[in-house]
Design a protein around this ligand. Structure first.
Ligand SMILES: Cc1ncc(COP(=O)(O)O)c(C=O)c1O
Length: 417
């Protein structure tokens, strides 16, 4: 591990205090041109004594703006201290977690993976237009029918086509026949350039796409493509639970990856991570952002530097071994749930390396689903599936009564009692 080392509370505090010292201090320096300041003192108590022991809150109060992408060279000098921590965070995730080459990736902390997925697709759309003279009708996004709704959102915003491939019933990942068929159909209706979405754990099932199959099919059809991995949900889980991960930067087929720290990492909302190989983000530079030092190659514009600090603090306080342990505890609890569902003959789907279990809705009454806060695959009519995500707060003690009630519920639904 080059960047990821467990730090003590004191080590974290000291590093962030140093970073804040390198940022502009609106109270002690004359700063006339920036349309921002520290947080409002009437509401946010900027001088409270406890702040010296609360690095995240202190950063919030200092209110650094991390506008732009800091892995590219020049950025706004006012916030250089905390930007440096964001840069380190991006390298840590890209290299230490996702096996990227040294300094081989760019990235930033986005508002969420909706934004980060749109950012990736925006880059590839522009690349196909700029490098091959493609027009919008010739560019097509392709992914499984279980892709997150941010993908159709991106297609709509960027004015390009979207094709959804059917998933295999048993694995819930896109299968070869339907993938090849979708490509042929798109091809015959004029699509020449493909933006491929490979899921590293889908929203509803935790399923993982077979990226090697996808790239083999595309190569065999001599098609131009770029592969983006949506690891919103799986990015901080799957690399730790599955030893044979083909969805990271060690696979030359993968061009970009997105992950959500506001899911499994329990960071504040506003912590989607966008990563791509060097040279790609350049396709979305907005040259008109001339007043921003270093220009802007992100979708979002202004964004809070405190978000990057929060993710960095969490990862550094666990360290790589602590994180591995955490994910394996969640795996253990998921195994426990699945073995009890099997004993009770309740059908469910679980991708073996995921901490998510989707139960067929015929075995769960709406009342039980509401009591235990299960999430349905649709709120429009009768759901097909209810999902359980085994998070930090979802312990075996919490799941045990649910499993008991599920058995009674099953009998009732079958009219046995
Ligand atoms: C697979 C997947 N992609 C993208 C997203 C969108 O993430 P966000 O809500 O952070 O925008 C989600 C959210 O659940 C997801 O599960």
């Amino acid at each position: 591990m080059k960047y990821w080392k467990k730090l003590s509370e004191n080590g974290i505090r000291t590093r962030i205090a140093r970073a804040l010292d390198q940022n502009v201090d609106y109270r002690n320096k004359t700063i006339l041109g920036v349309p921002a300041s520290h947080l409002d003192e009437k509401v946010f108590y900027g001088n409270a004594a406890f702040l010296k022991d609360a690095p995240f809150l202190s950063t919030m109060i200092h209110n650094p703006n991390h506008i732009g992408c800091h892995t590219l060279g020049e950025s706004e000098s006012f916030f250089a201290g905390t930007q440096e921590i964001e840069k380190e965070l991006i390298s840590l995730i890209a290299e230490d977690i996702l096996n990227g080459s040294a300094d081989g990736q760019d990235g930033y902390v986005a508002s969420g993976v909706t934004e980060a997925n749109i950012q990736a697709i925006w880059i590839y759309r522009n690349l196909f237009i700029k490098e091959y003279g493609a027009n919008h009708d010739e560019i097509c996004i392709i992914g499984s029918e279980d892709c997150h709704y941010s993908i159709p959102k991106a297609a709509n915003l960027l004015n390009i086509k979207l094709i959804s491939s059917k998933v295999d019933h048993n694995t819930r990942s896109v299968n070869k026949e339907s993938f090849s068929k979708s490509i042929e159909e798109a091809n015959s209706s004029g699509a020449k350039y493909f933006i491929v979405i490979a899921n590293m754990m889908t929203t509803m099932f935790g399923s993982v796409d077979d990226v090697s199959m996808m790239s083999d099919v595309l190569k065999s059809q001599q098609i131009r493509y770029k592969i983006h991995v949506d690891g919103a949900y799986g990015g901080f889980v799957y690399p730790f639970s599955c030893k044979d991960n083909k969805l990271d930067f060690s696979n030359p087929e993968v061009s970009s990856i997105t992950l959500d720290a506001h899911k499994m990492v329990q960071a504040p909302f506003g912590t989607g991570i966008f990563l791509c190989r060097k040279g790609l983000i350049d396709y979305v530079f907005t040259d008109e952002a001339a007043y921003v030092q270093g220009l802007d190659a992100t979708l979002i514009g202004s964004r809070s530097g405190a978000n990057a600090i929060a993710v960095w603090m969490i990862l550094m306080s666990y360290g790589p071994h602590g994180w591995y342990e955490k994910i394996h505890i969640l795996q253990f609890r998921t195994d426990w749930l699945c073995s009890h569902l099997e004993q009770k003959s309740i059908p469910f789907f679980r991708q073996p390396f995921s901490n998510q279990v989707s139960i067929e809705s015929n075995y769960v009454s709406q009342e039980l689903a509401e009591k235990y806060g299960l999430v349905p695959d649709t709120h429009d009519g009768k759901p097909n599936w209810y999902k359980i995500v085994v998070m930090e707060h979802v312990t075996v003690d919490v799941m045990a009564p649910f499993v008991e009630e599920l058995e009674d519920n099953k009998k009732k639904l079958k009219g046995e009692s």
